[in-house]
Each structure stands twice: as C-alpha cells, then as structure tokens.
Design a protein around this ligand. Structure first.
Ligand code: PLP
Length: 440
C-alpha cells in the first residue's frame, strides 16, 4: 500500500498550513469518511466534527440525497457556460430561491466558486457601481481589523488579520481597516469607522465590508447596535455596505442570514460555504434591487467579470437541494436552540473554571477565550499555547475544533453541523470541560 504520509509530504501543498511543520510531521489525520456530525480517519478513529470542517458542512456529512442530485445533474448536463446569452435551469432556480430567502430588497445573484471570489466580486461591483455613475474616485474599501474575507486579491487586502498579508503583501491599495468591536464596544468601533472615513475622504470610499459575526478572527459577536450604527454611518457618507455571510449564511447563527439579527438592509451580501454545505464549491453575491437597477440602467456593454464556474450546473443543483434539506428539517431553528444550549454550557464552564475568560455565541457559532486573569483580561504568554493545548486535549477525546491565536489571543471556536442534537452538544461540553481541566 502506498505510504500516504510520505506522498502527502512530497506532493500536496496544504492550504493555510505550515510547510515546514508538514515536512516534519506529515498530516496528523487522514480523513476517510464522514457521517452526520462524525468524521472517521483511515485508522478507524471517530471524531465529532465540531467545526463542520471549515464552518461549512451545515447539513452534516454523508447525505446521499446531495450525492444523488449531483450525479443526476452530471449525467444530464455536467457543465455549460453561463456567459453572455447562455443559461441553465439549476442556476436560474437557485438564484430565484436565494432571492426568496434573502433579506428584503436583495434579489439578484452573481455566482462564484467560493467566499474569496465572492468578496472580490462584491468589491468590484461596488467600484463599478460608482464608476458608471461618474464617481470614478470612489474606490477605497473600509474593512475591520480581525475581519476575514478570503485570500484572493481584494479579499486578502480586505482581511484584517496581518498574518494573511505575510505571504505576498497586502496586494490591493485602497483598503483601510477600522477598529473591530472586539473588546472595545460599539462606541469606540463606530468612532474609529467615522475617523477612517473622514481621514480617507468619503468621496474616495466605495464600500464598507463587514461580517455579521467575525468568524476566523475568533467568533466575535458584535453588540446589538454596532451593525445598525455602521449602516447609519454608511448612509450618512454614501458608502455601500457589503455584509460577508460566508460563514453566517444559511442558518449558522439560528437565522437564515446572520444580518437578520440586526434589522438592517445591506447593499450586498456575499455567501459561500453553507450554500452547498461544502458538498461542492459554490459562492456568490446577492445584490440589492437599487444596485441592480443602476447596473441595468448604466452598465453599458459587457460586464467583464465572470468565472468559468459562475453558476455551475452541478453546484447550483446541489445548492438547491441543500437549501431544501435545511428548510425541510428545520435546521435554522435547530441551530438556534442547540446554539443556546452550547452557549449556556460555555457560561457554566466560565463560572466553574478560572481560565475561561470571555465566552461568545450566536446560534451554532461559538467561542471560548482563555485568560490568565479574568479580572483584567490578562492573556497567557503566547509560548504557553493554551488554546492549541486545549485543542489537542479535545482531539484526544474525539472532538475536532479550531484554535485562533492571532495577536496573542487564546480562543477556541466551535461551529458544529446544524443537525447536532442535545446529547451531542452535551458530549462536546463534557469533553471540553475535561480537556480544559487537563491543560489548566
Ligand atoms: N469570508 C469569510 C467570513 C470566511 O470565513 C471565509 C473563509 O473561511 C471567506 C470569506 C473565504 O472563503 P473561501 O475560503 O471559500 O474562499
């Protein structure tokens, strides 16, 4: 039998991973199969996938229905272009379905293959929107520190985690970062947004991009009024608001879209991950009726932006079936109920264990932050690697979740599949308690 570890080391460059660590240790887990909330590795070890892999396997692993729909669509029409005058039924139907569940006033969809492409697309559409109205100066993008928007050119630039600029620089000029609401609260974060806009000149700014909950930055849930205030600032300065729902879309937070928690209307919503629960690559941008009208009226000639796989027939057919499953099984409501249970469990851990600092959650998106001293949020020395050690202790107990350690924080994140039940939530919590006590 082939030595998969050696082959991996020699030939497979992993995304967002340490090449040197890979050369030293090889892959730690070679996953063989998935079923429900569980993953099984090649040695037969079973894990709870408490991250839905990359925050995306919302309906859980091993859904034959999705495999079946992909097979049928491949047999019927595996691929056909959506460029220019070509179209096909799965893309049309999925666009219509997304429009029907999206917040009011957002009804037109541009498809991509993932989150990074979606954010690059939204940023280009924002600039185009101003350009076709004669505002060629309105080019800059304001994003938030600790925000994550992907790794394509514009999305790398919009990402506010400096580690992501270390590979090849910040790539795009014209992106500025305001303070996140993390640990600072609404007032300071909104003040920073205003200052950045004033400093750069609102006449130079095309859009503000923000996640409803900052995911990769450490599951940072804003206070109730932050996004509403940010929307007001965007209106005041005539700046488009792009809401990045790549993680939060399609039920993750206990509502169909994360932005529904905040009662406001964005100009664009970007999505990916949960639209197909990761069964196949798909993403997109949902555009407001207003932007759509301006495009219809003023975007002359060809819109020179499109991916070969924009509106891929198989991906859109899977997306449609995936949304059917989410609705049929009431998974948005389940995410809300199970998310509350998970958060209550975190709060109990916080009461009982002194190194559990902040705990956060919105639906099935949650995090725990470890601190040395809760009274003043004093963090552990980075070399202690507390979050990484807890992750390892959880791993030994059959739970996969994810650490966030940017800028010296010790955060562990949870985003289990939306199908999780109360016993499985309790299992995660029990093992989590053991793992933390082990490391403490
Ligand atoms: N936006 C957010 C909020 C994300 O969490 C991610 C990925 O984790 C992306 C964008 C990038 O998506 P992708 O990795 O599909 O390009």
């Amino acid at each position: 039998m082939k030595n998969l570890v050696e082959l991996d080391k020699n030939h497979f460059i992993h995304p967002t991973s340490s090449i040197q660590q890979q050369q030293e240790y090889g892959p730690k887990i070679i996953v063989e199969k998935g079923d429900g909330i569980f993953l099984t590795d090649k040695e037969g070890n079973v894990f709870i996938d408490a991250m839905s892999s990359l925050w995306n396997v919302n309906v859980g692993h091993g859904r034959k229905e999705l495999a079946e729909v992909a097979k049928q669509q491949m047999e019927k029409l595996a691929f056909s272009s959506a460029f220019s005058t070509f179209s096909h039924e799965p893309a049309i139907l999925l666009a219509e379905k997304i429009a029907s569940i999206a917040p009011e006033g957002l009804n037109a969809i541009f498809f991509t293959s993932g989150g990074s492409e979606s954010n690059d697309t939204a940023i280009k559409i924002a600039r185009h929107y101003w350009r076709i109205q004669g505002d060629t100066q309105k080019k800059k993008i304001v994003a938030l520190k600790r925000g994550y928007h992907g790794v394509a050119a514009a999305s790398t630039s919009a990402t506010g985690i400096p580690e992501f600029w270390s590979m090849a620089g910040r790539l795009m000029e014209h992106v500025v970062h305001a303070e996140t609401h993390y640990m600072k609260g609404t007032q300071i974060a909104i003040q920073s947004l205003r200052e950045i806009i004033e400093q750069e000149g609102p006449e130079n700014i095309a859009a503000f991009i923000v996640e409803p909950v900052q995911g990769a930055g450490g599951v940072i849930v804003p206070s109730e009024d932050y996004l509403i205030e940010a929307r007001k600032v965007c209106n005041e300065y005539d700046i488009l608001m792009i809401v990045d729902e790549v993680i939060t879309g399609f039920g993750r937070t206990g509502k169909m879209f994360g932005i529904e928690h905040f009662n406001l209307q964005p100009d664009m919503i970007t999505f990916a991950k949960g639209i197909t629960s990761g069964y196949i690559q798909l993403g997109g941008v949902i555009i407001s009726d207003h932007i759509h009208e301006v495009l219809k009226e003023k975007s002359k000639g060809t819109l020179f932006h499109g991916y070969t796989y924009s509106g891929h027939p198989v991906a859109t057919a899977v997306g449609l079936k995936n949304l059917e499953i989410i609705e049929r099984e009431g998974l948005v409501e389940n995410a809300r109920v199970m998310g509350n249970r998970l958060l209550k469990g975190f709060q109990k851990l916080q009461e009982e264990i002194d190194i559990v600092g902040d705990v956060r959650g919105l639906g099935l998106l949650g995090a725990i932050e470890f601190v040395q001293d809760r009274s003043n949020h004093q963090r552990f020395a980075p070399e202690l690697q507390v979050a990484v050690k807890v992750i390892e202790a959880l791993h030994q107990r059959g739970i996969i979740c994810r650490p966030v350690t940017y800028e010296g924080v010790d955060i562990i994140c949870f985003a289990p599949p939306l199908i999780i039940n109360q016993y499985q939530v309790d299992t995660i919590l029990e093992r989590l308690q053991d793992a933390i006590l082990d490391v403490r």
